[in-house]
Design a binder for this molecule. Structure first.
Ligand SMILES: *Cc1c(COP(=O)(O)O)cnc(C)c1O
Length: 476
């Protein structure tokens, strides 16, 4: 860049139009209408300042000062600035309940209910029978009890909150007996020992990492014991020489001492998944029937609903939990309740669940159907990313995710991208992964075994069409 002489620069600067004149131009009318004066003015001043800086280094063109060009530049800035930070992506990771991508996708019934709750007043805490103040749990506790066989229920912000609240209400300053094999850490910051101390309860570990016996629980029970707890080892499995005591065995022991058993089920499915060929996972009802006095589970894992923590169990224990001051701090909002109710209602028609509940539909999607989708998308992807890469349709395995059934995998299909020259091409794949992530609707896959893998299990028809459109508009 050549520097500009003083007189040239003064002449150039004199060409900068007045802000007011540009704002009043016909070109800016639509922008002002859409974005309002404040942010248009700010963006315009920034554009003109930037032009002045370029002018000093001799790299500014006078035509960039036309109202039409300024309009285009200001519009681009404002569109970029006002784009939502929470963006839709394509989840082609193969993990159906992906915590970082928002876990369960909700069925349309739930979406419509949320829209209504957002735009119309509702009887959130208003008893339409008496005209008096109501309890938000009343909206769905009967339905939860019907589906789980429990006596009572309450709902909080997530399952971590459900466990924290349960322990705070029932075990503060007392002992909670847990097997050493169940002291889990769930992605991020949920660790049973930490939650226990936050709740003011004392962790009384029993057994060993791989083996815990009923007598270990029996010997630990003392005057300080508040409850016996079992935690679903959601995200890992211990194999080999192992022994775990089931709820069915712990419950009679606890009850003979007048103590309750609490179970943190994690995913907490409401139906037996084995009827759809998925691995069996103890349902909430089975856990209640086995003798658990309290069961906590997530709303947005296998249940397929919004983020929430459900607590079900004995009426007197739920009543104590609801009275604890933390309940108020951890309660759910109306949007959560609005979304949860229609999702739970779907479970009343179990034979329709696999069509209607998005999570279950994705988990049970036939591999052949996914293969056909992959074969349809393949040529568009190949064209978009160019000849430096080779795209193939190949079998692969999806995961349920969110710590549900960590060792079980679902046969699936997807697009596997390798470098066309057959070299390992780590850098090239990382560059491609980034390119896909920077698309208008980002495509999220995963790199493994020298290939970028896009599992199409979660790409249903409407998304497939959108992905193809996006790929058509992309040229390597
Ligand atoms: C997932 C999980 C949690 C945390 O649930 P969130 O709903 O994510 O708060 C707690 N315990 C177990 C066993 C889990 O699997």
């Amino acid at each position: 860049m050549s520097d500009v002489s003083g007189s040239e620069l003064r002449a150039l600067m004199a060409r900068v139009p007045s802000v007011e004149k540009v704002m009043a131009s016909a070109e800016f009318a639509a922008l002002l209408n859409e974005f309002g004066r404040t942010q248009v003015l700010t963006a315009l001043r920034e554009a003109l300042d930037q032009w002045r800086v370029s002018a000093q280094s001799g790299s500014a063109s006078v035509s960039a000062l036309d109202a039409a060009q300024l309009q285009a530049s200001v519009e681009a800035t404002l569109r970029r600035r006002n784009q939502s930070r929470l963006r839709s992506v394509f989840n082609l990771t193969g993990t159906v309940l992906h915590t970082n991508l928002g876990r369960a996708l909700l069925p349309d019934e739930a979406v419509q209910a949320v829209v209504k709750a957002l735009t119309q007043p509702a009887n959130l805490e208003f008893d339409l029978g008496t005209g008096k103040r109501g309890d938000r749990d009343d909206l769905i506790d009967e339905l939860i009890c019907e589906l789980t066989g429990a006596e009572a229920a309450t709902v909080v912000n997530n399952n971590a909150a459900a466990v924290l609240l349960t322990l705070s209400a029932l075990a503060a300053r007392k002992d909670v007996i847990v097997s050493r094999g169940e002291l889990v850490e769930i992605g991020g910051a949920f660790r049973i020992p930490d939650i226990m101390s936050r709740a003011g309860a004392k962790l009384r570990e029993v057994g060993t990492t791989n083996r815990t016996h009923l007598k270990d629980y029996a010997e630990a029970i003392g005057p300080q014991t508040a409850l016996l707890m079992k935690v679903h080892t959601s995200n890992y499995a211990i194999h080999g020489f192992t022994k775990e005591v089931g709820v069915g065995a712990i419950a009679p022991l606890a009850h003979s001492h007048g103590l309750p058993v609490a179970v943190d089920l994690g995913s907490g499915t409401l139906v037996d998944l084995s009827q759809w060929g998925l691995p069996h996972e103890a349902t909430v009802r089975e856990t209640v029937e086995a003798g658990a006095d309290l069961v906590t589970f997530s709303g947005d894992k296998l249940l397929g609903g919004p983020q929430a923590g459900l607590i079900v169990g004995r009426r007197n224990l739920i009543a104590r939990i609801k009275k604890h001051p933390l309940k108020r701090a951890l309660r759910v909002g109306k949007l959560t309740l609005a979304a949860l109710e229609p999702v739970l209602q779907l479970y009343r028609a179990p034979e329709k669940l696999v069509e209607r509940l998005t999570t279950l539909r994705l988990l049970t999607r036939p591999a052949d159907e996914i293969r056909l989708a992959a074969e349809r998308v393949q040529p568009f992807l190949q064209r978009a990313i160019g000849e430096r890469y080779a795209v193939a349709t190949e079998p692969m395995f999806s995961q349920i995710g969110s710590g549900a059934l960590p060792v079980d995998v679902l046969p699936s299909y997807g697009l596997v991208i390798r470098t066309a020259d057959g070299k390992r091409g780590g850098r090239q794949l990382i560059a491609l992964e980034k390119l896909l992530r920077e698309m208008a609707r980002p495509v999220i896959g995963r790199i493994a075994d020298d290939a970028l893998r896009l599992d199409l299990r979660c790409l249903e028809a409407a998304d497939e069409a959108q992905l193809v459109e996006q790929l058509k508009g992309t040229h390597a």
